[in-house]
Design a protein. Structure first.
Length: 261
């Protein structure tokens, strides 16, 4: 060993320490690592996302899930805000938010909630009023309520929206479906109130729900309806009233006729 270096042996696995003339301490593993030339790793190339095109998307874009995906992208805060404005339609704050960005997420869940209530509540009342009929569940209520609620909730806005589109070209069909779907939120508490064994309470609940839904449409499309000629205006109003009245009578006389005093 020379005078320039002093070798110090460390016990066990402690690395050997070498002290040079400049009093710089370098461990043996560090010296070996510095001796190895490190080559930079090549960065992976980011490939641009390729859009998938199918025969169905080219032939009928409206029949694909990608077409409806933007209408189901809504935050929880925005959803709750729209439900609040739909419960209190007299403020007129629902339509501006839906016109800015219509959605189908809220209406679909509202429809399914009403279908569930129309199916479960009459069966639950039948069970608790006569426990001996355990297992006598009427599944036909589900299919009938599904056909009625989704039939009215989809085809009526299509007809109404097409009529409004012929008057004002700026109206979006999905906008009308969204507005009418949110107007059905009043039927949720009204349906729960129908559990009260009183015909008066039930009639008041379902009539208010139908009236509230009608107010949402009138407040939202009042300006467009003013542009309709006199005879056509009354025809549209009568058609809307007939649909709402039919829904009210079906809800009361078919689904909740047994729940009375």
């Amino acid at each position: 060993m020379t005078d320039d270096m002093k070798h110090v042996e460390s016990p066990n696995d402690v690395p050997i320490e070498i002290i040079d003339l400049d009093n710089d301490k370098i461990t043996e593993p560090e010296r070996k690592e510095k001796a190895v030339e490190t080559k930079p790793e090549p960065k992976p190339e980011i490939q641009p996302a390729k859009k998938s095109f199918s025969f169905l998307s080219c032939l009928c874009p409206i029949c694909t899930l990608q077409f409806y995906a933007p209408y189901f992208n809504i935050s929880t805060y925005e959803l709750l805000l729209r439900l609040f404005y739909a419960i209190f339609p007299y403020t007129g704050a629902l339509y501006p938010r839906i016109k800015q960005r219509p959605d189908l997420y809220g209406p679909v869940w509202i429809y399914f909630t009403i279908v569930y209530l129309f199916t479960f509540l009459p069966n639950a009342h039948r069970y608790f009023s006569a426990p001996d009929n355990y297992g006598d569940f009427d599944f036909s209520l589900f299919f009938i309520s599904f056909a009625i609620i989704f039939g009215i909730g989809i085809f009526f806005p299509l007809l109404f929206g097409f009529t409004m589109y012929c008057i004002s070209k700026s109206i979006n069909i999905f906008e009308v479906i969204s507005v009418y779907g949110y107007s059905f939120i009043a039927f949720v508490p009204a349906t729960i109130l129908c559990l009260v064994p009183s015909s008066t309470v039930q009639w008041v609940a379902v009539v208010y729900a139908g009236f509230s839904s009608l107010v949402v449409l009138c407040v939202s499309y009042y300006k467009q309806m003013k542009e309709i000629v006199q005879g056509g205006k009354y025809l549209v109003i009568v058609f809307v009233l007939a649909v709402q009245a039919a829904l009210v009578f079906v809800a009361k006389l078919y689904f909740f006729s047994e729940i009375e005093t």
